[in-house]
Design a protein. Structure first.
Length: 314
């Protein structure tokens, strides 16, 4: 039986303090550029869309403008659509898929919906290809009042004026092999608990809201993505990453209770995408395309079913 070596930071069984967080941060290095990969693309979109700076992320000596892309001809009578990517900075196709959606498809919805797209919520983590922010905090467990994450707090402030008018919110994520090799062991070490190995599903799946499930909506997204890449199957326990599969390629979480990004609005239609970029059956191109297909399918379904949306809000 192989025994996993202890995580290189901290003492097993003891939660991290400031010294351990500082040691962890010192090991994180810049591996790609937010300015080159994200800001430069957003600049090319300014001619067609409004660009809003909704905050400034400060981790001295690093500082990052937080940008969102909005429909230029915003109309108050139209439903609102929110697309978020890069809440976990290492989940690459979420960032690039959000930008690709704006570049290629956002104009298709100009007369039907107001769009707001935050393509890279966590730029510090994007550059370091990490899940956490510089304080070893997971932004996607921090969407709550008095958030400990600058990234989450800034996005909530951006959304607050329209939160009750959002009809659909698509939050773009990935599940990677590094979840088991690095991020979950790091989480266990940080929290001073034992690491329990899990399984990484091979394929695309979605996370619905267990408090307000929308099964037909989720299946419409799955059907669109299945044309581009394979859908994850349940494991021998009938689960995907430890949660029961409630429909092909779909699990459920209590979004608001867990402080997840997909729970920040009153949208009746919400979903979190999970692409698997490490599959031998998927390419980076397929992953980006799957994210775009998910966004388009989600918006199309939400716009086609306004009555169901009204019922879901009651």
């Amino acid at each position: 039986m192989t025994t996993r070596a202890p995580y290189p930071i901290g003492t097993p069984g003891i939660p991290w303090g400031a010294a351990e967080v500082a040691a962890w941060r010192s090991r994180q290095t810049v591996r790609r550029s937010y300015r080159a990969d994200v800001l430069s693309v957003i600049e090319t979109l300014r001619a067609r869309f409004d660009v809003v700076e909704y905050g400034q992320l400060d981790y001295r000596p690093d500082s990052y403008p937080l940008l969102a892309i909005r429909s230029r001809h915003w109309r108050d009578e139209l439903p609102c659509v929110l697309v978020t990517g890069g809440v976990h900075g290492y989940e690459t196709s979420g960032v690039h898929g959000a930008l690709r959606f704006v570049e290629r498809h956002a104009a298709d919805y100009a007369a039907r919906a107001n769009l707001i797209v935050a393509p890279c919520v966590s730029p510090w983590a994007y550059e370091r290809i990490h899940r956490w922010n510089a304080n070893a905090v997971d932004p996607n467990r921090s969407f709550r009042a008095d958030s400990p994450a600058q990234e989450s707090a800034a996005l909530m402030r951006l959304v607050e004026p329209i939160r009750d008018r959002v009809r659909v919110h698509v939050d773009l994520h990935e599940t990677t092999d590094s979840d088991e090799s690095e991020f979950r062991p790091a989480l266990a070490a940080r929290d001073g608990v034992a690491y329990v190995p899990g399984e990484i599903p091979d394929g695309f799946y979605l996370v619905d809201d267990s408090e307000r499930p929308q099964p037909a909506f989720q299946q419409a997204v799955i059907a669109a993505v299945a044309k581009l890449t394979h859908i994850a199957q349940a494991d021998r326990h009938g689960e995907i990453i430890g949660s029961p599969m409630v429909a092909p390629g779909v699990i459920e979480y209590a979004l608001r209770q867990l402080g997840l990004c997909a729970g920040i609005t009153g949208a009746p239609y919400t979903t979190t995408t999970e692409v698997y970029p490490d599959s031998p059956r998927a390419t980076a191109e397929q992953c980006d395309a799957a994210q775009v297909a998910a966004v388009c399918a989600a918006i199309d379904f939400a716009l086609a079913h306004p009555a169901a949306a009204a019922v879901a809000r009651t």
